[in-house]
Design a protein around this ligand. Structure first.
Ligand code: CCH
Length: 291
């Protein structure tokens, strides 16, 4: 209930720092280092984004308040394939801190991963007070972006959340992190050479590399002619095809400091979509731990 959320915010003021620390320790743990490129961070960022990016400003439905991805059908939506890895990795922290809602935990984990993986360069103020909802609040399939599409689709999806063109380009910079998996989305490979460090490399590579269609049986994606080890999705390439988007790609490719600053703000906004915070809830800016 709303009273529970208010009480949790009041009583656990200092404990949010403790949970942040536990998440940072998870990211630096042996299990995390043994996972893929060496971190649970990217898949945790994707969990936090998919929990939030279902928001529809017209109806006020979806968003990070609810953590309804715990339940089918939302957990089974194609876009959410593979996110069980992130939910399971965070479960021991939920068990150790049963007072925190899953919605607060997942968004705090995404926030922590962005800060830690940017080596403290990105600050993401975070507010507590989200409440979990039950299965009835699951969002319909199709609210998250389809990677096979281009600028028109991107605008349709992100304008529905209340974002503008600059913010679409900014948020896409998260693809500096992580990779695509053939057994999740069907796509394959990382966007950058250092998929566990958040930099502005995504924008720089979009501009500096020559990208061609990859010749394979999988879904249409791009491969870089240089190293032939990187990838771009059709939605990624739309950011340099579209003039309005390209303007922002140029800005963030040239100015990493501005990327760090603006990304932190837009990630906070993403994590807060659709959340009616209790009045007691104030933004907390955590210090990065593993930086
Ligand atoms: Fe993304 N993303 N994303 N993405 N994404 C994928 C992986 C990650 C799209 C499609 C895909 C954002 C926006 C978009 C991450 C963060 C963000 C994958 C591969 C696809 C496909 C999934 C797999 O196979 O595992 C599309 C389309 C858009 C449109 O804009 C935004 C916004 C964010 C965060 C702010 C991260 C991180 C990953 C890597 C996950 C991992 O497991 O490594």
């Amino acid at each position: 209930t709303a009273e529970d959320a208010t009480r949790a915010v009041k009583e656990h003021k200092v404990d949010y720092q403790k949970v942040y620390k536990e998440i940072a320790e998870l990211l630096a743990s042996e299990a995390s280092e043994a996972y893929e490129d060496g971190s649970y961070g990217p898949v945790i960022v994707r969990l936090a984004w998919h929990a939030s990016g279902t928001y529809d400003k017209e109806t006020g439905t979806g968003g990070s308040n609810g953590a309804t991805m715990r339940f089918a059908p939302e957990s089974d939506h194609g876009a959410n394939a593979g996110l069980k890895v992130a939910r399971d990795a965070l479960e021991p922290i939920k068990q150790a801190n049963p007072w925190i809602s899953y919605s607060d935990l997942w968004t705090l984990a995404g926030t922590c991963a962005i800060q830690e993986l940017s080596l403290g360069n990105v600050k993401v103020p975070w507010r507590p007070g989200r409440q979990d909802k039950d299965v009835a609040a699951c969002t319909p399939d199709g609210r998250l972006p389809d990677a096979s599409k281009e600028q028109k689709h991107l605008r349709g999806i992100f304008y529905r959340m209340g974002f503008n063109d600059q913010e679409i380009v900014l948020l896409s910079g998260a693809h500096a992190l992580g990779r695509c998996h053939t057994d999740r989305s069907g796509f394959d490979g990382p966007w950058t050479f250092s998929p566990t460090v958040l930099t502005n490399a995504y924008y720089q590579l979009l501009k500096s590399e020559k990208w061609s269609w990859k010749k394979w049986d999988g879904p249409k994606q791009f491969i870089d002619d240089g190293s032939r080890s990187l990838m771009m999705l059709p939605t990624d390439m739309a950011l340099i095809k579209d003039k309005e988007f390209k303007k922002w790609v140029d800005i963030y490719a040239a100015d990493e400091k501005r990327f760090f600053e603006d990304f932190g703000k837009v990630f906070t906004t993403l994590m807060e979509l659709g959340v009616p915070f209790p009045v007691e809830s104030k933004p907390i800016t955590f210090d990065a731990i593993n930086a």
